[in-house]
Design a protein around this ligand. Structure first.
Ligand code: HPA
Length: 252
């Protein structure tokens, strides 16, 4: 394997199972002290740099959000020497700026998940750490991602609160109304514990949120059912600028 450091890792969410433009990719897959990752990390060349890609749900989307082994995924990336992670997450939009097909870079999150293992500190004998998480995403990487998205002509939304639910079901309208009162702008199922585990490992981590649908009860037609067909069509549109965004990010 090349000794050139990996410039960036991308964790792909729903609708993103391969990174277009990743060339000469080598699959790296092995068990970690925390179990098996979602699949192989693909390490190859993208825009002239060494880049790793990992499909969060597995390449065939076999793993629902609550079954993803977030610890093993991040551990594998860290073992590869990754220092920066861009997490791509499909989300539902709650507030006006985050309508379907919008892309954004949230700056805060609220964790509504239940029972996920959310620390590397829970093994017997492990050091107990209380990491600072006041600012859950890395400021520098967030800014770089925003600038890259603007340079790629993508008009990203700057900031917003990501509410992470347990899933895999979508939320009730009352749950989303409560999340809106809590200050959430977007809702997804995979933002946590990934972000805090990255922080525990000292990785730079930022989220690129792609809006697949209006969250339950939101938008101009709040009673309309959320269909998978709409979600997938919106995701396809929202993902389109991604290669250009990553290219700009790597060139910066
Ligand atoms: N809720 C939670 N997660 C999601 C949604 C949603 O409406 N859309 C895409 N991921």
């Amino acid at each position: 394997m090349s000794s050139e450091p990996i410039a960036l890792a991308v964790i792909g969410g729903t609708g993103l199972y391969r990174l277009a433009g990743l060339e000469d990719a080598e699959a790296v897959l092995h068990a970690t002290p925390y179990g098996d990752p979602s699949g192989a990390a693909r390490v190859g060349r993208f825009a002239g740099r060494r880049v790793a890609f990992l499909a969060r749900h597995g390449e065939g989307h076999a793993l629902p959000p609550h079954r993803v082994n977030y610890r093993a995924n991040l551990w594998l990336l860290q073992e590869l020497g990754v220092g920066r992670v861009v997490a791509v997450n499909s989300v539902g939009g709650i507030t006006d700026a985050y309508g379907p097909r919008a892309i954004g870079v949230p700056d805060q999150l609220i964790d509504y998940t239940q029972g996920r293992v959310s620390s590397f500190s829970d093994m017997p004998g492990a050091e107990v750490r209380h990491v600072d998480f006041g600012e859950p995403y890395s400021r520098g990487l967030r800014q770089a991602l925003l600038e890259a998205a603007r340079a790629a002509g993508a008009e990203p939304v700057d900031g917003g609160v990501y509410g992470c639910t347990e899933g895999p079901r979508l939320e009730t309208r009352a749950e989303i109304a409560r999340m809106r009162r809590d200050g959430c702008d977007l809702v997804g199922m995979t933002g946590m514990p990934e972000a805090v585990l990255a922080r525990e490992l000292g990785l730079d981590y930022a989220c690129l949120a792609l809006v697949a649908n209006w969250a339950a009860g939101c938008g101009p037609a709040p009673e309309v059912e959320i269909t998978m067909a709409d979600v997938l069509a919106n995701m396809e549109a929202a993902i389109a600028p991604l290669p250009a965004v990553l290219e700009r990010l790597l060139a910066a």
